[in-house]
Design a protein around this ligand. Structure first.
Ligand code: ZN
Ligand code: ZN
Ligand code: ZN
Ligand code: ZN
Length: 308
């Protein structure tokens, strides 16, 4: 007990000195008045939005995210989000004093009075929301960026649709086609290597929109199959306005699929694993391919149309 106190003392003094140097008690009153005046003038602009200095107050110094109740503070008044408290070993990350369990109700109430623009403002959202309901809006904001629809790689690019179309074309070298009908050949010299990334993506542009046609090999249980499906580059409520059909066949047989494109908000894997597309058993695919069944040669034809 004694030894730990003794070894703890010097650093405790150090910290306290630093703390005093920062807070400077003599200047406290005037400093506070000044900063209050500045913030009351600058903080809330006439349109109800808030300057960056107030927003910075609500930013956790550890994770840099916006803080939500319970917001914690140390004995010196430095704040911290409750999610980061377990990470800092009960020490204030700013002054290193013991953190304790003090809640900063004043800041929580200040936050409740704030209205801030949606974080996707730069993507075109003009919405302004109360601080505490902003995350709920942002979770479903229609301007939130889309993830890259390219499957088969761990691409982390996000953006709006024009950005992603350019990205698919330039960075993934994806085939681009104009028009609402298509006739596409999939050739694969070793169709038995299902694991070997037999997926392809083609982008179609029609009705002023973009659609992703996916084709890939996977297994349903132990059975090797191919799937082809269409995803809409936009939100689900718009995707519903379109339909598409896919046809594949050979030797007098034919498989036809008619579906509704899924939004690229639904991941490629999610659509595939719900079998929401044209599924071709590998045996059938090889039969359609003709020849000696050693090569996959599928001709997939399709059409996209607008409902109503
Ligand atoms: Zn945090
Ligand atoms: Zn502190
Ligand atoms: Zn928004
Ligand atoms: Zn990408």
């Amino acid at each position: 007990m004694d030894t730990s106190m003794a070894s703890g003392n010097p650093s405790f003094d150090d910290l306290q000195n630093k703390g005093e140097a920062i807070d400077h008690p003599q200047n406290e009153d005037t400093m506070d008045c000044e900063s209050l005046n500045i913030s009351s003038q600058a903080a809330v602009k006439p349109n109800g939005t808030v300057s960056s200095s107030v927003r910075e107050l609500l930013e956790c110094p550890v994770c840099c995210n916006s803080m939500y109740p319970p917001i914690l503070q140390c004995l010196n008044g430095h704040t911290l989000c409750s999610g980061c408290k377990p990470k800092v070993d009960n020490r204030c990350p700013t002054c290193r004093h013991e953190l304790g369990n003090i809640r900063c109700l004043a800041l929580e109430k200040l936050a409740a009075s704030l209205e801030l623009p949606c974080k996707y403002q730069s993507f075109g959202c003009n919405g302004i929301y109360p601080y505490y309901s902003k995350p709920k809006h942002e979770y479903q904001c229609s301007y939130r960026p889309y993830g890259c629809p390219y499957a088969g790689s761990e691409c982390t690019v996000i953006g709006d649709i024009p950005h992603l179309v350019a990205h698919l074309k330039d960075d993934h070298k994806v085939d681009m086609h104009n028009g609402c009908t298509f006739n596409h050949r999939y050739v694969k010299s070793n169709p038995h290597e299902v694991e070997n990334a037999t997926w392809m993506l083609t982008v179609f542009s029609c009705f002023g929109q973009y659609f992703c046609l996916h084709f890939e090999a996977f297994h349903i249980g132990l059975a090797p199959v191919y799937i082809a499906f269409l995803r809409f580059m936009g939100d689900n409520n718009e995707a519903k306005n379109y339909s598409y059909s896919l046809e594949v066949g050979g030797n007098g047989r034919k498989l036809i699929w008619q579906g509704v494109p899924r939004s690229i908000r639904d991941s490629h894997r999610k659509v595939r694993d719900s079998f929401d597309g044209l599924i071709i058993q590998r045996n059938m695919a090889l039969f359609f391919s003709g020849g000696d069944r050693k090569e996959l040669k599928l001709r997939v034809t399709g059409r996209i149309w607008k409902e109503q």
